[in-house]
Ligand binder design. Structure first.
Ligand SMILES: *Cc1c(COP(=O)(O)O)cnc(C)c1O
Length: 222
């Protein structure tokens, strides 16, 4: 079941890369295993996947403890009081969106002697969404804070654009290019999920985060 679904997904990604004129090896497929049981994650590992996205600190930390040979990436909102637990459990954090959180993560990473690549979650469309995300005007301050935290190397930008917002991926691509120039360092883009991976690949996404098309419907209630 899982193998067949993943096979179909890979074909979909290949087709999208072909249309976009991109190399499939340049687009990372990150399976999102939130609300999926451990045995499905183990099955995915047997297919060669080693990194998994998780949305909830508690759930992801439990899975990371059960499967220390795999890497888990935090994709969900991070509260200040869970910063230490998140740094210990996840190899990367994708939802850093404000300077106070980044500064706290930097201090704790120092105390815990950990290095954790960071992605900034952007929200260019609605600064009031409860999903979080850094607005464009707030981005320079957040980048400056991360620059002072050598244990939190910046990987790039992550976003969950509102559905049907056709221009969103292009906007993100433009912003990535602008900041890459200013920082003089490569920045990756994590964008695209089950319903919009083709548009994301077309717009230059470096990492698509796929839950449903990889694992099927989520099994564990939220
Ligand atoms: C759940 C989730 C995904 C995967 O969603 P699907 O639509 O099931 O592919 C990707 N990114 C984030 C941040 C998510 O929360």
């Amino acid at each position: 079941m899982l193998a067949a679904r993943v096979h179909a997904l890979k074909a979909r990604i290949l087709a999208a890369c072909e249309v976009a004129g991109r190399e499939p090896a340049d687009v990372e497929l990150l399976p999102v295993s939130k609300r999926q049981p451990l045995d499905l994650i183990r099955e995915a590992a047997s297919l060669g996947f080693q990194r998994f996205g998780e949305n909830y600190v508690q759930e992801g930390a439990a899975k990371a403890e059960a499967e220390p040979g795999l890497s888990f990436v935090l994709l969900g909102p991070l509260q200040r009081n869970k910063a230490r637990q998140a740094l210990r459990a996840f190899r990367e954090l994708q939802t850093v969106d404000r300077p106070d959180l980044a500064a706290r993560l930097g201090r704790i990473a120092e105390e815990e002697d950990l290095v954790r690549p960071i992605w900034i979650q952007l929200d260019l469309w609605d600064e009031a969404t409860k999903a979080g995300g850094c607005s464009e005007p707030d981005l320079p301050a957040l980048l400056a804070t991360l620059e002072r935290s050598p244990r939190l190397p910046l990987r790039g930008f992550m976003a969950i654009p509102p559905p049907g917002h056709a221009e969103a991926f292009r906007q993100l691509q433009t912003l990535r290019e602008a900041w890459q120039q200013r920082l003089g360092a490569p920045l990756l883009l994590s964008m695209g999920m089950t319903s919009d991976l083709e548009a994301a690949i077309q717009a230059g996404s470096d990492q698509i985060r796929i839950g449903t098309a990889f694992f099927g419907e989520r099994e564990i209630p939220a």
